[in-house]
Design a protein around this ligand. Structure first.
Ligand code: PEP
Length: 252
């Protein structure tokens, strides 16, 4: 049985004091709520990763990274390896976010290498896919997502694939305030689950957590999470406010 997840992607936001305050507030809220219907993950900037892992030992959330190097350790200035994250006891890592694809030119080959490093080091990838607005308008969205998945994670063995969480994030909905309708999210999630059946089998597809991401907020999370193939969300902006994030967690 697959699990629901609500993951917060803090991106490149917050100074140290604000990051600590947010983790503290979240720990307190989740201590009261003790969310049982989903696992909560926070993905802060690397600089606050150790703090997040320390909090995660006591609090009702897990720690995730926003990125990982496609290389092993060595002469790769500015990079953080999967082994470093593993040693810190980070549990998840976001791979293939549209901002990494667009601003840092990460293509499917690089992303596949990142997934490999993550899996080799016991990190659980949250693998993002999604189309840009022109592709949606041109009705190419299914084809785009199919290629993104077939050229990367759908090449994994069944056992490796079972460690993957997928996040469908239509790029036109990220940080824009424009959300996919619950029906649009469900349609794509069901399509993705169908691809997993084709590549593996029904059981693997049934067990795969597929998150929605893109301007998800307290006001729309309930409707989106109610769809049968939506198993939670990858949350950007709204994860920076403890109360909003907690309200989204409460939306199951
Ligand atoms: C994201 O960047 O993964 C995201 C979903 O952002 P936002 O919620 O701000 O649209």
């Amino acid at each position: 049985m697959r699990k629901n997840i609500v993951a917060g992607n803090w991106k490149m936001n917050l100074d140290f004091e604000k990051a600590e305050e947010l983790m503290d507030d979240l720990a307190e809220i989740l201590d009261e709520k003790k969310p049982e219907k989903c696992e909560v993950v926070i993905c802060p900037p690397y600089l606050y990763m150790e703090l997040a892992v320390d909090y995660a030992q006591e609090a009702n959330f897990e720690a995730g990274a926003q990125n990982v190097s496609s290389f092993d350790n060595g002469a790769y200035t500015g990079e953080i390896s999967a082994e470093m994250l593993k040693r810190l006891e980070v549990k998840y890592v976001i791979i293939g976010h549209s901002e990494r694809r667009a601003y840092f030119h990460e293509d499917n080959k690089v992303l596949q290498a990142k997934v490999r490093k993550a899996l080799d080091n016991n990190l659980k990838p949250i693998f993002c896919c999604g189309e840009v607005l022109e592709e949606r308008k041109g009705e190419k969205h299914f084809e785009v997502v199919e290629n993104q998945l077939k050229e990367t994670i759908l090449k994994l063995s069944k056992e490796e694939f079972s460690k993957i969480v997928i996040a469908y994030e239509p790029v036109w909905a990220i940080g824009t305030g424009e959300t996919a309708t619950p029906e649009q999210a469900q349609e794509m999630h069901a399509f993705i689950r169908g691809l997993i059946v084709e590549a593996y089998d029904e059981k693997v597809a049934d067990d795969t957590t597929i998150l929605y991401g893109g301007s998800c907020k307290p006001g729309n999370a309930k409707e989106i999470f109610a769809k049968p193939d939506v198993d939670g969300g990858l949350i950007g902006g709204a994860s920076l406010k403890a109360k909003d994030f907690a309200a989204i967690i409460d939306s199951f």
